[in-house]
Design a protein around this ligand. Structure first.
Ligand code: PEP
Length: 247
């Protein structure tokens, strides 16, 4: 299985900055990247990046999706709308959305379902806080978050991407060690195996301060199938180095 490296730009960018960043990425990705590469961009820039990436292997992603199909949900963006802009991936249940926007496990499960219904691959984020890790609850927490998504999505579960993102490692410069990450990835793989015969086909990404220096060791773990990259995805040279480590 080819690894998947997905950049999460978060709420960063501008027309000018995106243009330069994507052009530099496209130059670096010429030829066979050896892995799948995506950038998950703020919704207003989907159209811009869709045009810039046209004809290339760079995949387009969004950062959120409404759990509803259409209607009176001011400010929301539906799966069908994302699909019209060539979106292949959408991040669902990022810890920043769980924390600042009150997204519950049930909402995350419904958003996953909405993405699948629109033909978009959800990148479902799970992960524990530092307090939860210190209390020895990491496995309970990630299994509970995954269980909600499995319960709502049944046999479609092999169509999702999972991202293990320990909250204490996001944007902090502190990374889980390859061993710590692998332990949780193995738990998630086993949970998926209990739900689908195709669990080995599911990409399980690691996210949390992945950078050019630590990517290779993380990506060498047997159950780490790629990365969800925040800060380092905003610098083309750093992001391309992570992509090279994923070959
Ligand atoms: C993220 O936002 O998903 C993330 C992993 O961020 P960072 O790489 O900056 O820790």
């Amino acid at each position: 299985m080819k690894k998947l490296i997905a950049g999460n730009w978060k709420m960063n960018g501008s027309l000018t900055a995106n243009d330069a960043l994507v052009r530099e990425l496209l130059r670096g990705l010429e030829g066979d990247a050896g892995c799948i590469v995506a950038v998950c961009v703020p919704a207003p820039y989907l159209s811009q990046v869709q045009m810039l990436r046209a004809g290339s292997a760079l995949e387009l992603g969004a950062q959120d999706i409404s759990e509803h199909a259409e209607g009176a949900y001011t400010g929301e963006v539906s799966g069908a709308m994302l699909k019209e802009f060539g979106v292949r991936y959408v991040i669902v249940g990022h810890s920043e959305r769980r924390q600042y926007h009150g997204e519950t496990d049930a909402v995350v499960a419904d958003k996953t379902k909405a993405a699948l219904a629109a033909g978009i691959t959800p990148i479902v984020c799970v992960g524990e806080t530092l307090a939860q890790r210190d209390a020895g609850r990491t496995v309970d927490i990630v299994k509970r978050q995954m269980a909600a998504v499995i319960h709502t999505n049944g046999h479609c579960i092999s169509e999702i991407v999972v991202a293990y993102e320990p909250v204490w490692a996001i944007g902090t410069g502190r990374t889980a060690t390859p061993g710590e990450a692998q332990q949780v990835h193995a738990v998630l793989r086993a949970q998926l195996k209990a739900a689908t015969p195709n669990a080995d086909r599911v990409h399980i990404l690691y996210g949390g301060s992945m950078n050019a220096g630590n990517a290779a060791a993380l990506l060498a773990q047997p159950d780490i199938d790629g990365g969800l990259v925040g800060g380092a995805s905003l610098k083309a040279t750093d992001f391309l180095q992570i992509v090279r480590a994923a070959r």
